[in-house]
Write a protein that binds this ligand. Structure first.
Ligand code: HPA
Length: 258
């Protein structure tokens, strides 16, 4: 492992991946990175990589060994490290449960356009009093419209079906929800449920980093499906994530033309 001391290049692209995609077989690690941040250590496994002939950064948010629970990920350090590397665009991948059974089934891909944050106790702002600065950033549209379009075009180019739009309810985890909690999320307007889009999305916004999210549905949410959730999780994960990576690789190729 090396500590990068290079000055930030601008307009870099990063891929943040989650469960089922901490390691990506088709990716070549060019330079493993450990950066010092004012917020402590970022997730292990950050690297400059080559993927489909393009250079970008990869950050597995749960760590290279997938052992950091969603509520314990150091989101501030992660986003700060990417910012230090000159990253201006992030494509994020996350596994979710499907709430809207009519629209979203295990294996589906969704590009959410909204979120509701149910997390608590996570460090969710860089405006923590330490710098004496405070800005109330606009978070009306939590996911960058341009990156949502890139993801949607990538799905079309690949002939993959992908739901464009949806409300992502972000829960604290690491436990899954109760059936009553999922009913409440549906009444609130959530279509899917996961544990990681927040505070990742808002920290990116605070740093001026564009942020698009691809959700991969690996189970029907609690109380919805006919199979025990964790069984479905296991059955769906590899195939669904492979499908998602195919879409993301097309998006990366559009964002980083040869
Ligand atoms: N709930 C919360 N997070 C998840 C789920 C779920 O059902 N599936 C995958 N991540």
């Amino acid at each position: 492992m090396t500590v990068s001391k290079s000055s930030p290049a601008r307009n870099q692209l990063a891929l943040i991946t989650g469960s089922g995609a901490s390691a990506i077989d088709s990716m070549q690690r060019i330079e493993p990175l450990i950066l010092k941040t004012p917020y402590g250590p970022h997730s292990p496994g950050l690297a400059r990589v080559e993927w489909h002939g393009r250079q970008l950064f990869h950050l597995p948010r749960h760590g290279a060994d997938h052992n950091l629970a969603p509520h314990l990920v150091n989101y501030r350090a992660n986003l700060w490290a990417l910012h230090q590397l000159g990253v201006s665009q992030v494509l994020a991948l996350g596994a979710v449960g499907g709430i809207r059974e009519d629209l979203i089934t295990p294996g589906s891909l969704v590009i959410p356009d909204q979120l509701i944050d149910y997390t608590w106790g996570r460090d969710s702002s860089f405006f923590d009093g330490a710098t004496g600065e405070l800005k109330h950033i606009d978070f009306t549209l939590p996911f960058t419209a341009g990156l949502r379009k890139v993801l949607s075009r990538a799905a079309q180019a690949n002939g993959q079906s992908c739901l464009n739009g949806g409300v992502y309810g972000v829960t604290q985890g690491p436990r899954l929800e109760t059936a009553a909690e999922i009913e409440r999320l549906q009444r609130d307007g959530c279509d899917l449920v996961g544990m990681t889009a927040m505070p990742e999305a808002v920290l990116a916004r605070e740093l001026g980093i564009e942020y698009g999210f691809l959700a991969v549905v690996v189970n029907a949410a609690a109380g919805r499906g006919s199979v025990p959730i964790t069984d479905e999780f296991e059955q769906q994960m590899a195939g669904a994530v492979g499908h998602a990576l195919k879409l993301l690789s097309a998006a990366v190729c559009e964002l980083l033309p040869e």
